[in-house]
Design a binder for this molecule. Structure first.
Ligand code: NAP
Ligand code: MG
Length: 502
């Protein structure tokens, strides 16, 4: 467990950080070809942290060409898997060596609490890189049972040049989820971080070079979705794109692919995840603690946030009382204060969007919170909805807002839970083991947790049903499927002199 510093100590580190400013392409920091820059802001204070290279299509072309060059000459793609492992394990070590700097940088850039950055984002990102590195020299290919006269090998090959387009809610961790398996598989990558959160990706690229990653294999092209994301999505020499972000932008990547080179597209999108609590759930304190964590962790800016509490009527009031008790412990404030659990929302625009949901409905009952705590901060809020079709129930708010929907029965709970266009995650709390498993099977979601809320683990696949995405899974050995493709190689065993074999 990480030893946390004091608020004052974190502030002192924040003052002394040397922040990167330029894109990282072909093993070096570079300004944008057109010389443009944009400002990156600390969402907790509104203070401009610095300027960053605002890249465009020409920078994307340059980065893709360098990534292609690296892939084709095999400086990384054709290394022995054990050699790739050594570099990734070393990168993980260097991330841990620089963990404090990365944590403070992430907190400043994204408004995330230093507590989360120190205890989850940074150590987990380092763990993910190491896990995929250590896996890569332990994966075997297959031989098919095709016929006695042949050997048919089914081998996996790196897909080539990969575009990785990232969201701002877990900047370094989402980067690790994608570059871990992509680099381990031997691909070369061009990363487009969210414009709001580019700093830790740049520092990581520097650490990767120090760890021995050859130039051109990992490129970070900074800038907006329109100027960098779209040209990457449309690029004819990019073999696949793995995207995490909103459903709206995910759809665009399918168009980009269809209109260009039919690159593979893997989408990890939004969620409006149900948390079912049945009358017979045991230990309401523990349930409440999971509910609060599920709804409010990372200010609710979490695609698998459990944002719909579907609770059986008999237990509702007792559960809500406990949830409020636990939620009150989540202090809102300066993200650099290690006591704080709710930091700032990512931007003014996002803050305005989340606030608009709180103002929207007059017929709903606000059970807790609903207040704006200074510009950019919203306290944990619980709303009991009267209309199951309201935007509070249907739309991904991506803020610390939990909607409560009371139900009469198990069957109704499952029906309400599945009544969404999303299907990323779901939870069910009940002491009845059979109903728990039946529910887990009936819930249309990529991850179902029973009597807990959890993000899962590097060992388990993560991704969605329905409009929460498709095309592959992040995490676990299955993540490697995104970045590899299958090839069949046939060997004829027949002896031309004597065809009678085995
Ligand atoms: P977003 O607006 O879709 O942005 C994601 C990325 O796409 C950013 O790098 C963004 O660039 C880029 N982008 C935006 N418009 C683009 C365009 N027209 N063409 C190409 N690229 C474009 O999503 P976000 O607001 O950053 O993230 C929040 C969303 O991500 C939520 O809906 C959440 O549920 C989802 N999410 C899903 C998962 C998952 O694993 N399923 C994980 C985390 C988040 P700029 O922002 O720099 O312009
Ligand atoms: Mg920022």
């Amino acid at each position: 467990m990480t030893d946390l510093l004091t608020h004052e100590e974190y502030r002192a580190i924040a003052q002394s950080l040397d922040l990167p400013q330029n894109a990282w392409i072909d093993g070096a920091y570079r300004p944008a070809i057109l010389g443009k820059t944009f400002e990156t802001v600390n969402p907790a204070t509104g203070v401009v942290l610095g300027t960053i290279a605002a890249c465009g299509p020409a920078d994307v072309d340059f980065a893709v060409a360098k990534a292609r060059e690296a892939f084709e000459d095999g400086r990384w793609s054709k290394l022995h898997p054990g050699a790739r492992k050594d570099v990734l394990v070393e990168l993980s070590r260097l991330m841990l060596r620089n963990a404090r700097e990365l944590a403070v940088m992430e907190s400043l850039d994204a408004g995330k609490t230093i507590y989360d950055c120190e205890t989850v984002d940074i150590p987990e990102a380092a763990h993910v890189i190491k896990w995929h590195g250590e896996l890569i020299d332990k994966i075997y290919d297959q031989v098919s049972p095709a016929s006695n006269g042949h050997i048919a090998m089914v081998v996996r090959e790196a897909v080539g040049v990969v575009g990785l387009v990232l969201p701002w809610n877990f900047p370094l961790l989402m980067l690790a989820w994608k570059i871990g398996p992509a680099l381990a598989s031997g691909c070369s990558v061009v990363v487009k971080p969210a414009a709001e959160t580019t700093l830790t990706a740049l520092l990581l690229a520097e650490l990767a070079a120090e760890a021995g990653l050859p130039r051109g294999v990992l490129n970070i092209v900074t800038g907006s979705g329109a100027d960098v994301g779209e040209p990457l999505g449309r690029h004819k020499d990019v073999d696949m794109v793995s995207f995490t972000g909103s459903t709206v932008t995910g759809r665009r990547f399918l168009h980009y692919s269809a209109d260009s080179n039919l690159k593979e597209v893997v989408l990890e999108l939004g969620g409006k995840n149900p948390c079912i609590v049945l009358d017979d759930a045991e230990d309401l304190d523990a349930v409440a603690s999971h509910v609060v964590n599920g709804a409010f962790w990372n200010m609710g800016q979490n695609c698998s946030a459990a944002s719909r509490l579907i609770v059986q009527a008999g237990i509702k009031d007792r559960l809500i009382a406990k949830v409020k008790e636990h939620a009150r412990e989540w202090i809102v404030g300066d993200p650099l204060n290690p006591e704080v659990r709710i930091g700032a929302l990512i931007s003014k625009a996002h803050f305005a969007k989340v606030s608009s949901y709180l103002k929207a409905s007059k017929s709903d009952r606000i059970l807790m919170g609903g207040k704006i705590v200074g510009e950019g901060f919203i306290e944990p809020t619980i709303v009991e909805v009267s209309d199951r079709n309201s935007s509070l129930v249907r739309e991904e708010i991506f803020g610390p807002v939990l909607t409560v929907v009371p139900v009469a029965s198990f069957e109704e709970a499952i029906a309400v839970a599945n009544d969404t266009e999303y299907g990323l995650a779901a939870s069910i709390f009940t002491a009845n083991g059979k109903r728990a498993l039946r529910g887990a099977r009936m819930l249309r979601a990529g991850t179902v947790t029973v009597n807990s809320f959890g993000e899962g683990d590097i060992t388990t696949p993560f991704g969605g049903y329905k409009q929460s995405g498709f095309g592959g899974r992040d995490n676990s050995i299955h993540a490697h499927d995104q970045y590899t493709q299958l090839k069949t190689i046939w060997l004829d065993l027949t002896d031309t002199a004597d065809t009678a074999i085995g």
